[in-house]
Write a protein that binds this ligand. Structure first.
Ligand SMILES: Nc1ncnc2c1ncn2[C@@H]1O[C@H](COP(=O)(O)OP(=O)(O)O)[C@@H](O)[C@H]1O
Ligand SMILES: [Mg+2]
Length: 486
């Protein structure tokens, strides 16, 4: 994984990173709010030797003596005796052990100073404990350093700096906690993003789609919210990215096997909800826009959706003709779109695979093929049932639809395998519901793709600065060259 992969990952998974960071920061805030504030009061003690004269060497000796004492004194300050005496003096309701855990005495190296820090929930009590503790310690040293009663002590401790009431608690530290939370959250977020990426087995790049299907991509369809409400694009007036994408798809289709162009085309995919019906409708409409007479057939006899998507009568249709309940002319429905006729699914039969595999179905489709310039057949998902494969076997070819970030790689491979098993010809793949923003986005892949094809052609280098449209068209031509029957 190089830096660009990481940047791409962060762009596509920024929500994961953001949400994780936010959760951890909120955790840090909650922790901060729930932590009992602790105040710290501190005193400073000064140790001096009292014995000896006033000569330089005496002073030196005295100083050395004090420095050696300082370490032991710090130990004593952390010890139980002083703690207990302080508790007794202040009448505190805590054990010596508890108080000891809140006292920290440190000897400054090479000096005769000891710093004492006391933590407590109450700022006033923190001050009182620190001061009393220091006073008690002065007394204790006096006792310990006086070998014989009445003698002068060998060393003396003075409280050089007394404690005052702390104004701010030292624990919790909100800034530090939140900064730590943010850092940790981002780290965990990136970790999760990487993990999700590693576990993601959906199709997310045109390259992998081409690899898995072992065919070329004939269409990159962007996500268009409008298509959810109105699945049919009004090509006469619409110039949206989705409309343009279907026009390019149409161009690419017309370049497929020029000697024997496919006219009976089955649109299929591995699973439900990948955009087969929406794609079929708009391929048909795009072809109709280019002055072709087009028939759109609902070959999904289990969950038909064309009648619903196009506001047509769904009770009679494909299955009615196959069962002999109606004649073809009775069920072909003209639409409000010029040159587009639709054959809906009709009543849902109990045995769709059998029906679609029957000789009458083949005959019917061939008859339709003769009547129209193009017959586009919507179908059932390949992984669920054999219907799609059966239809594709009898057609000129199949287009396999893959939905960006949703279609599973292994399922797609399996679906393509199903088509191969029945010797259906795979015309190409349609990458649909591509994101319109971000690195995986429609335009990014689209143009970079055109560029790749363009670049591989000598003399096309100057095309780099030309309009995207031109590049795409050149990619269509390249596509045509590549996908010609060998
Ligand atoms: N290009 C697109 N942009 C946005 N939504 C789409 C697009 N293509 C399909 N959809 C939506 O995806 C859902 C499934 O599409 P559909 O065509 O019914 O899939 P299938 O026929 O494979 O089950 C529908 O809600 C449809 O509106
Ligand atoms: Mg469908």
């Amino acid at each position: 994984m190089n830096l660009r992969d990481v940047a791409k990952l962060l762009r596509t998974r920024w929500i994961t990173v953001g949400v994780t960071a936010m959760v951890v920061v909120l955790g840090a805030v909650a922790y901060t709010l729930l932590t009992t504030p602790l105040y710290q009061a501190s005193t400073r003690l000064f140790v001096s030797a009292t014995s000896g004269g006033s000569s330089v060497s005496d002073l030196y000796q005295g100083n050395l003596f004090s420095q050696q004492r300082v370490l032991s004194y710090a130990e004593l300050l952390n010890g139980e005796t002083v703690a207990q005496r302080t508790i007794d003096k202040l009448g505190l309701d805590m054990s010596a052990e508890t108080l000891r855990s809140r006292i920290k005495a440190t000897a400054k190296p090479d000096t005769v100073l000891i710093d004492v820090e006391v933590l407590d929930e109450s700022p006033v009590r923190a001050r009182d404990i620190a001061n009393t503790l220091s006073d008690e310690f002065v007394g204790l040293v006096n006792e310990l350093e006086t070998p014989k009663a009445g003698d002068q002590p060998n060393a003396r401790v003075v409280v050089e700096q007394r404690a005052s009431i702390p104004s701010k608690p030292v624990v919790p530290n909100p800034v530090r906690n939140i900064a730590l939370g943010l850092g940790l959250g981002l780290l965990v977020g990136v970790g999760l993003a990487v993990l999700r990426d590693l576990l993601d087995n959906t199709v997310k790049s045109p390259e992998s789609l081409e690899d898995i299907t072992d065919s070329s991509i004939v269409g990159h369809i962007p996500t268009d919210k409008g298509l959810r409400k109105t699945p049919a694009i009004s090509f006469a007036t619409d110039n949206s990215a989705a409309a343009e994408a279907f026009r390019k798809l149409r161009t690419n289709l017309q370049f497929l096997s020029v000697d024997n162009p496919p006219r009976l085309i089955v649109v299929t995919s591995s699973s439900p909800g990948e955009g087969k019906s929406t794609t079929s409708i708009n391929i048909a409409l795009a072809l109709a826009e280019a002055d072709h007479n087009v028939l759109l057939v609902d070959g999904d006899l289990r969950r038909p959706s064309l009648a619903k998507y196009l506001d047509l009568v769904g009770q009679v249709g494909f299955s009615s003709v196959l069962s002999g309940a109606a004649t073809l002319d009775d069920v072909l429905q003209p639409t409000k779109f010029p040159r587009l006729t639709v054959l809906t699914a009709g009543e849902i039969p109990p045995n769709p695979s059998e029906l679609l595999g029957s000789l009458s179905a083949r005959k019917l489709l061939n008859e339709l093929r003769a009547r129209f310039d193009y017959v586009i057949v919507d179908s059932s998902p390949l992984l669920a049932v054999t219907d799609g494969a059966v239809l594709a076997a009898g057609a000129d070819g199949a287009l396999v639809v893959a939905r960006f970030g949703e279609t599973k790689r292994d399922q797609l491979a399996h679906a393509v395998g199903t088509l191969k098993d029945v010797d259906a010809s795979l015309l190409g793949a349609v990458f649909t519901m591509m994101p319109t923003r971000g690195s995986g986005s429609y335009s990014y892949n689209y143009y970079s793709h055109g560029q790749t094809y363009g670049d591989s052609t000598p003399g096309k280098q100057s095309d780099k600065s030309s309009s995207p449209r031109h590049k795409v068209d050149s990619s269509a031509t390249e596509f045509h060259k590549e996908s010609r029957p060998k």
